[in-house]
Design a protein around this ligand. Structure first.
Ligand code: COA
Length: 200
């Protein structure tokens, strides 16, 4: 197969902006966040839902993960926002985009620490990140994979305007089994139409 030429746009800026919603501030990740993520990620339920977080969570893992994320971010196709409570300043989770400049799309992932679940924070953070992604970057499409049993995450994506696009059966080995994944997607056109509908 011929190798297709890349267009070599950087999907994301080198310097991440701060994004603000009524209750949240999203900002870049720093090593000083390691302590907060060490506590948040030491949770079998988060590990189970993402299939990416080790469980048990080893000492020092958050600092290792932050360094790795910063290296990926330097390449320009990956960004991670720390989700914080605007007033109290607590770190409550994170939201990432894994992009492709050639296809102008990005996979979105997020976690919220369990003690903050059920307050609408994931939906608020996602809504803010979507607006930034479509207004300030070259992205045309965002998508996310949720394990088929993860109704809370599917609900968050639906509330933020994503559509259920399909089911990838037995797509991801995690939790000692081959998890099926629901694909959720949002195009720039969908998003623009939603904004227009909201204003009419
Ligand atoms: C999924 C997650 C991010 C949601 O965070 P959150 O801040 O609690 O989300 P929100 O409060 O914005 O919205 C949650 C929605 O899911 C619903 N929900 C929660 N648990 C549910 C369940 N078991 N079944 C169906 N709906 C559920 C809530 O009622 C709410 O919907 P509503 O506003 O219509 O009532 C959080 O639970 C989490 O971090 N889970 C582990 C990691 C994860 O799943 N990441 C995503 C991987 S794809």
């Amino acid at each position: 197969m011929a190798i297709r030429p890349g267009i070599f746009l950087r999907v994301f800026p080198a310097e991440l902006p701060q994004l603000e919603s009524p209750r949240l501030l999203l900002r870049g990740l720093s090593l000083s966040d390691a302590e907060a993520f060490q506590v948040i990620c030491d949770d079998p339920d988060l590990a189970k839902a993402t299939g990416m977080i080790p469980s048990p969570y080893p000492p020092g893992e958050a600092a290792r993960w932050i360094t790795e994320q910063q290296e990926l971010q330097a390449l320009g196709e990956h960004v991670i926002f720390v989700i914080t409570l605007k007033e109290a300043g607590d770190v409550i989770g994170n939201l990432s985009f894994k992009g492709s400049d050639e296809h102008r799309r990005a996979e979105i992932g997020y976690i919220i620490g369990k003690r903050w679940w059920g307050n609408g924070y994931a939906t608020e953070a996602l809504t803010l990140a979507i607006q930034w992604g479509f207004e300030k970057t070259i992205l045309r499409r965002m998508y996310a994979y949720c394990f088929s049993w993860n109704d809370a995450s599917v609900r968050v994506l639906e509330k933020a305007g994503f559509q259920r696009e399909g089911l990838l059966r037995e797509n991801f080995y995690a939790n000692g089994t081959f998890e099926s994944e629901i694909v959720m997607g949002l195009t720039r056109t969908d998003w623009e139409n939603q904004i227009e509908e909201h204003h009419t």
